[in-house]
Design a protein around this ligand. Sequence first.
Ligand code: FDA
Length: 311
Amino acid sequence: MIALAGSPRMRDWAQSFAATSALARQYVGGADAAAGVATAQALRDGPGLRASLFYLGEYVATPALVAENVAAKLEVAARLGRAGLDVHVSVDPTQVGHVVDPDAARANVRAIGEAVAAAAGARPGVHGLMLDMEDASVTDATIGLHAMLVEAGLPAALTLQAYRRRTEADLGPLVRSGAKVRLVKGAFAAGPDLAFTRQSEIKANSRRLIDLMFSRAARDSGFYPIVATHDDRLHDHARERAAASGWRAGEYEFEMLLGVRSDVAAALAAAGERVRLYVPFGRDWWPYAVRRIGENPRNAWLLARSAARRG
Ligand code: FDA
């Protein structure tokens, strides 16, 4: 699946075939910002789910691609504002130039943060620039970008990874300052010096971090917990902790990926919880979709079958 995700020939083939696209559509909000926002609108109007829009510009190493990514983020923020939806945009630091030029990346992140604030205006909603967390080489820089946005008074949130050993220490000051934090398990390769590597350890650390995020002290400081996982045991754990410490639905949220365990997302929303879906959009949807497909054996089989029909 990793080889498929990286293959330009497979990408061109797949992106041009309707049947494969139909499979990928489950995971991708559309080929451009207008389609991504239309998906967000349909989620809001239908099952009552919120969205965080993510432009699919992966593997970015040139200033031209950085400029394209930034333009897409600015456009989607403006469109979300005009649609009256949450202006919620997810950003990878390396997408907006961290590898090419860290100073330019800071300026780009600030510009996107300002665009989010402008598009949101004074409208109620959960607006913000959500910083995704990439591999260990950019953790400090990503935390620094979040601090820069907060200091500038811009709406910001930060992703932390439960598999990293440092995360409990990173979370403490964010809880005390009333930040918005999205907790994920962590998706990038990291050795045992940096990360918990066994699933049981990652789950145990997720529960420990959820306990801190839903403590009474966190609630008193105005902290906003975001539990981003498809793991229903962790959903249950967060809901138990929330109830035990006096949190009400809507003072925190769950976040999942578009197309993954949609039944679980719908059930949480039906139970009164605030649920957001991460909605990726963009021309280059193939590498992202194939990774999601690869996580689910049934989807891999469907993809192979659709390829065999054509071969
Ligand atoms: P886990 O993999 O433990 O699975 C839980 C259950 O869901 C299992 O039953 C599994 O079978 C099922 N499942 C999982 N994928 C499925 C699929 N495609 N189809 C059907 N069933 C499936 N990581 C990171 O390092 N930095 C980041 O910034 C982010 N951002 C982010 C945002 C959001 C909104 C989410 C949901 C996730 C991320 N991640 C991330 C990814 C995260 O670190 C993690 O790799 C994945 O969420 C997988 O872990 P889970 O806890 O969700 O499910």
